[in-house]
Design a protein around this ligand. Structure first.
Ligand code: 0WD
Length: 256
C-alpha cells in the first residue's frame, strides 16, 4: 500500500506531460492517492482529461485562478464528487513574457507586476480559502512550487522573482494561520526544468547548462524527483513539517 492511500488530492497546473504538476500527479497516484485535476482553459481541457484518465481519475474541473468566481465554482464542483479533500497542489505561475527579460527597473510595468503577483502568489492563498472547508479535520496539506529567484537575483526572472518571494512569504503566513486546524502549508523550490512555463524565460537553456556543470549533483533535476518530494511533503510521513521551502535542485542553492 502506498503512503498516500486514502488521501484525496487536487492537482492544478497541468499544461503538458512535462509539467511539474504531471510529475507530482504521477508520484501521488503511485503512492495510492485519489486525484482530481483542474485546467485553466478550453485549450488545455482535453490534455488534462487525458492525464486524469491515465491516473485513474475522471474528475476534471475548470479553474482559472485569475478570478474568485472560477475558484469558488471549482470547489463547488469538486464537492459534488468528494465530501472531503486532503491535498491541494498549486503548480501555477504566469507573467507576461515581455516582463521576463532585460532590466527589471526599466521593463516591469504596474500591470505586469499585478498579473504576476495575482496569478503566481495570491492565487495560492485564494485556493486555500476555498479548499479549507473541505479539508477540515483531515490533517490536510497545501503545496506550492517556487524557484530560487524568490531569494536571489536570477537574470531575467525579474518580476517573477518578486512574485515567488511573495509566494514563499504566503507559505509561512498560511502555515501559521492554518496550523491550528491541522493543515500544513509548504513549498518546493525546484531547480530549472524544461516546461512550457520555463520556455518563456529568456536564457533558460543557458541556465540548464549551468546547473548541469556546477550543481553539486552535476545534473538537472526531473519532474519525477519533484513529484516524489511533493508526495512525501503532502503525506503523513511529513506530519511535523509546515511553513517550509524544500529545495529540489541538486544542491544548487547551497553554492556561494
Ligand atoms: O524550471 C521550472 N519549470 C520551474 C518551475 C522551476 C521552479 C519552479 N517552477 C514552478 C513554476 O513557477 C510554477 O509555479 O512550477 C510551477 C509549475 O510550472 P511548470 O510545470 O514549469 O510549467 P507549466 O507546465 O507551463 O505549467 C504551469 C501552468 C500553466 O501553463 P501555461 O504554460 O499554459 O501557462 O500554470 C497554469 C497553466 O496551465 N496557469 C494557470 N492555471 C489556472 N489559472 C493560470 C491561471 N490563471 N495561469 C497559468
Amino acid at each position: 500500500m502506498g503512503f498516500l492511500a486514502g488521501k484525496r488530492a487536487l492537482i492544478t497546473g497541468i499544461a503538458s506531460d512535462r509539467s511539474i504538476a504531471y510529475g507530482i500527479a504521477a508520484a501521488m497516484h503511485r503512492e495510492g492517492a485519489e486525484l482530481a485535476f483542474t485546467y485553466q482553459n478550453d485549450k488545455l481541457k482535453s490534455r488534462v482529461e487525458k492525464t486524469a484518465a491515465a491516473f485513474g481519475s475522471s474528475i476534471v474541473i475548470h479553474c482559472d485562478v485569475a478570478t474568485d468566481e472560477s475558484i469558488e465554482a471549482a470547489f463547488t464542483e469538486l464537492g459534488t464528487h468528494w465530501d472531503g479533500l486532503d491535498i491541494v497542489v498549486h503548480s501555477i505561475a504566469f507573467a507576461p513574457k515581455e516582463q521576463l527579460s532585460g532590466s527589471i527597473v526599466d521593463n516591469t510595468t504596474r500591470e505586469g507586476s499585478q498579473i504576476a503577483h495575482d496569478i503566481s502568489a495570491y492565487s495560492f492563498l485564494a485556493l486555500a480559502r476555498y479548499a479549507k472547508p473541505m479539508m477540515a479535520g483531515r490533517n490536510g496539506s497545501l503545496l506550492a512550487l517556487s524557484y530560487l529567484g524568490a531569494i536571489a537575483a536570477i537574470p531575467n526572472y525579474n518580476v517573477m522573482g518578486m512574485a515567488k518571494a511573495s509566494l514563499e512569504a504566503s507559505v509561512r503566513f498560511m502555515a501559521a494561520d492554518l496550523g491550528p486546524q491541522g493543515i500544513r502549508v509548504n513549498a518546493i523550490s525546484a531547480g530549472p526544468i524544461r516546461t512550457l512555463a520555463a520556455a518563456g524565460i529568456s536564457g533558460f537553456k543557458k541556465m540548464l547548462d549551468f546547473f548541469e556543470k556546477y550543481a553539486p549533483l552535476r545534473r538537472n533535476v526531473t519532474i519525477e524527483e519533484v513529484g516524489n518530494t511533493a508526495a512525501f511533503l503532502c503525506s503523513d510521513l511529513a506530519s511535523g513539517i509546515t511553513g517550509e521551502i524544500t529545495y529540489v535542485d541538486g544542491g544548487w542553492n547551497i553554492l556561494g
